[in-house]
Design a protein around this ligand. Structure first.
Ligand SMILES: Cc1ncc(C[n+]2csc(CCOP(=O)(O)OP(=O)(O)O)c2C)c(N)n1
Ligand SMILES: [Mg+2]
Length: 369
């Protein structure tokens, strides 16, 4: 059989045959490998048993048993969990269990999305939210409209070739405006590229945006950056990061510095779902958790990293579930609900600043039906 196979397969099979021979010499008859190849003595394996061993080895690659276990929901059965026989391990007590259960790859139910306004903008009865004054609500609305108009004009300017590059915030206006409204202007922003709404909320003028896009003498970056890479010291706004997600670990450092200086402020970093697929996202989350840094991680999940859809980026329940793996509190919020975003960020900021806690907020961007 082996001679009919291509060279690489032949080598694999030859190695397996060698290993089978070794097993028969080194292992006791009670070992599982031995019982599967059916040997009860230490004599060299017969051709038939070698073939069985090969068959078994290939079946192992299919991992059928593991598959069945993974498909079963993880239910900790109290009767088999020996709480009295727990080990003290860094992070807390770990109970023993005699049940061999794997944590499944996903929870039975997806993490729900926090919203307080329905599709028509009407407050959902008994919802849990933070009150917004009338003046603030009006500014939020007017800034969202201004952002859309600004995007339309500058997008046209770019299409006409009068500036080389532009990024819009279309459909994501509520994320940046409502989150900025819930922050203090002392909070330091480390943005990706779809967050001009935060600058607009902080009263960065349309002229200041235009100066940057035209790279003229009044541009705070002195014309050294690509268009839309805004920066403003006085608005506590770091330069937009071109290499995706580099701002995330930087935010962990900024948050830690704010904590060490005893400032009543936090670092806030924005990134997309594509940003969360970069290693920097994981490093930043872990640093912030371990250093107990006041950092708010806001992930704008719009389902795409430019042309790469979510299913080609990760198989988890979005981004929100990744927080817990790093010991970071997390919430998922509706990106079309300005009041929910405001409330979540307002509450998150209190946790970050008062408790020195990093928090992850995943905002889902959907097209309303
Ligand atoms: C390190 C790095 N890799 C690749 C790119 C090219 N790039 C620019 S935007 C982008 C996708 C980002 O997607 P996401 O973070 O979801 O942001 P969105 O555009 O959806 O708001 C990529 C891969 C880059 N800028 N930096
Ligand atoms: Mg995206």
């Amino acid at each position: 059989m082996a001679t009919l196979l291509p060279g690489r397969c032949r080598t694999v099979i030859q190695n397996l045959l060698k290993r089978t021979a070794l097993l028969t010499v080194n292992h006791s008859p009670s070992s599982s490998a031995m019982s599967l190849v059916g040997r009860q003595d230490k004599a060299p394996p017969s051709q038939e048993n070698r073939s069985l061993a090969i068959l078994f080895s290939f079946r192992r690659h299919e991992s059928t048993k593991a598959q069945v276990q993974l498909q079963q929901p993880f239910v900790a059965k109290d009767d088999n969990t020996q709480l009295d026989e727990a080990i003290d391990f860094p992070g807390g007590k770990v109970a023993f269990t005699s049940e061999m259960r794997f944590i499944p790859e996903s929870a039975e139910k997806r993490v729900p999305c926090y919203r307080v306004l329905d599709d028509d903008g009407v407050l959902i009865p008994y919802s849990n939210y933070v009150l917004v004054s009338k003046d603030m609500a009006v500014k939020m609305y007017s800034d969202m409209v201004t952002l859309q108009i600004m995007d339309n004009i500058f997008y046209e300017v770019q299409r006409q070739g009068r500036t080389s590059f532009y990024m819009t915030s279309m459909g994501e206006e509520a994320i940046t405006i409502a989150s900025a409204a819930a922050l203090s202007t002392d909070d330091i922003i480390l943005p990706q590229y779809r967050e001009p709404g935060v600058l607009l909320w902080r009263r960065f003028t349309l002229l200041e945006f235009a100066n940057q896009l035209m790279a003229n003498g009044a541009d705070y970056g002195k014309g050294k950056q690509m268009p839309v890479h805004y920066v403003s010291n006085k608005h506590n706004y770091f330069t937009v990061s071109s290499p995706i997600a580099t701002q995330v670990p930087q935010a962990a450092g900024v948050g830690y510095a704010l904590k060490m200086e005893g400032r009543n402020a936090c670092a806030v970093t924005y990134f997309g779902d594509g940003g969360s697929s970069e290693g920097d996202f994981h490093a930043g989350m872990n640093f912030a958790a371990v250093m107990e840094a006041p950092v708010i991680f806001i992930c704008r999940n719009n389902g795409w990293a430019i042309s790469t859809p979510l299913e080609e980026q990760f198989r988890s329940d979005g981004v929100v579930v990744k927080g817990q793996a790093y010991g970071v509190r997390s919430i998922r919020v509706d990106g079309n609900d300005a009041l929910a975003i405001y409330s979540a960020v307002h509450t998150t900021r209190e946790m970050a600043v008062n408790e020195n806690k990093p928090v992850l907020i995943e905002v889902l961007e959907t097209i309303p039906s």
